[in-house]
Design a protein around this ligand. Structure first.
Ligand code: PLP
Length: 418
């Protein structure tokens, strides 16, 4: 079988940077990406047969562990009946009902094929519904790669040091206003919507300060703007009803992705029935998709949501605390200055002395130290994201055995880089 080096060399000849999503290229940490051959539970194996405890978990698309038997079976059964029709199916109805049942602010939901599509569409709906142009976003929040939301986008934009993207016209972002996270901006009647990650998880992990989300709700109401929670990461991960359940603040629109596809291509946006009534064919806001509500993706989504009951969230919270504890002890024992924030089931790694509450603070993380830690961990069989602005995704498969394996490797790795 080909080695990682060989595959990366070939990949770079035919795929820009050798990867189909920038962070995967290891630019921020150096070295050659591992090419995954297969994965099961909490582990991935690369093409050279090396095994890693995986905390990347497809950047949050996987929550029940890789190749979970219930999800694999659901996808296999669905595939036998055909992979796409261009006509509605029962599973789309079931998944939409399940989403609306878990997220009460979603009275109606539209399925799309990625988180990017979900946020782009939600913005269009907000503008169409309000008849206004201006969109307010927060620095360091990532909402996918749609033109108007890329400004100060966190995630791979942060690790590549890009403030925005070439190819995005001034006109495309003329109505985008970027505000600092955790400060409620003063809005006016030109604002169509405010879009926010209710727990920021693309600039490391930055939870909302007390009152921030409620403050946004009140300020949006004051000027008649819509509030959009981008729960592509947090939805169905931090609680059954997402971050909005945790913090008790209901947005007008919610965008979702990652978890609800069980590792297949899916996204969704939903919200108030009157707002969603603006979406075609009910209303004038056009949004469509050849593969939207795809049979395999909805089968996987229904299978994963069935696994996510109250007990699962309790387990996930315990796992997150356990993973955080492992890193905290290792840092403390080795005398490394670091913070390991936890927000429900999400864990962050911040290599600096002051826990950040916004993008400026988040960017003070020691990226070089992160790169050293990344490789020390990888050498010892632990995979974290190859960029300092992502988070750790402990899942249902990170059981006691995996945690013991993780603890040994993390303790050694942190000691080695200290
Ligand atoms: C990943 C992510 C997106 C984009 O989703 P894709 O499926 O990668 O297009 C949008 N918003 C947030 C908060 C995300 O983490």
């Amino acid at each position: 079988m080909a080695t990682n080096e060989e595959l990366f060399a070939r990949a770079q000849r035919v795929i820009p940077g050798g990867v189909n999503s920038p962070v995967r290229a290891f630019r921020a940490v150096g070295g050659t990406p591992y090419f995954v051959a297969r994965a099961e539970g909490a582990h991935v194996w690369d093409v050279e047969g090396r095994r890693y405890v995986d905390l990347v978990q497809s950047y949050g698309a996987i929550i029940a562990g890789h190749a979970h038997p219930a999800i694999v079976e659901a996808v296999q059964r669905a595939a036998v009946d055909g992979t796409s029709y261009g006509a509605p199916t029962e599973r789309e109805v079931l998944l939409a009902e399940e989403i609306c049942a878990r997220v009460p602010s979603c009275q109606m939901v539209r399925l799309v094929s990625s988180g990017t599509e979900a946020t782009m569409s939600a913005i269009r709906v907000a503008r169409g519904f309000t008849g206004r142009d201006v969109v307010v976003k927060f620095a360091g929040n990532y909402h996918g790669h749609g033109d108007l939301l890329l400004a100060e986008g966190g995630s791979g934009m942060a690790s590549l040091g890009l403030p925005g993207s070439a190819g995005v016209t001034r006109a495309a972002v003329a109505d985008t206003v970027v505000a600092p996270y955790n400060t409620v901006p003063e809005l006016d009647e030109r604002v169509a919507c405010v879009i926010v990650e209710p727990i920021a998880a693309n600039m490391g992990l930055v939870p909302p300060d007390p009152g921030f989300l409620a403050g946004l709700r009140a300020e949006c109401d004051r000027v008649g703007a819509l509030l959009i929670f981008d729960e592509v990461i947090t939805g169905f991960r931090v609680a059954r009803g997402g971050a909005q359940e945790l913090y008790g603040v209901a947005p007008d629109l919610t965008t979702m992705g990652k978890v609800i596809g069980g590792g297949l291509n899916i996204g969704a946006y939903g919200g108030r029935a009157d707002v969603m009534g603006a979406v075609a064919p009910l209303g004038p806001v056009y949004q469509a998709g050849t593969l939207s509500g795809n049979p395999l993706a909805t089968a996987a989504g229904l299978a994963v949501l069935e696994l996510l009951d109250a007990a699962a969230y309790e387990t996930l919270r315990d796992r997150a605390e356990a993973v955080a504890g492992i890193f905290r002890r290792a840092f403390a024992d080795a005398g490394v200055t670091a913070h390991v924030p936890v927000a429900s089931t999400l864990v962050g790694l911040y290599l600096g002395d002051r826990l950040p509450s916004d993008y400026d603070g988040a960017r003070a993380t020691d990226e070089a130290a992160y790169a050293r830690l990344f490789h020390a961990l990888l050498d010892r069989g632990v995979a974290i994201a190859p960029g300092a602005y992502e988070v750790l995704f402990p899942g249902l498969a990170h059981d006691d055995d995996v945690l013991a394996e993780l603890e040994a490797a993390v303790t050694e790795a942190v000691a080695a880089v200290a």
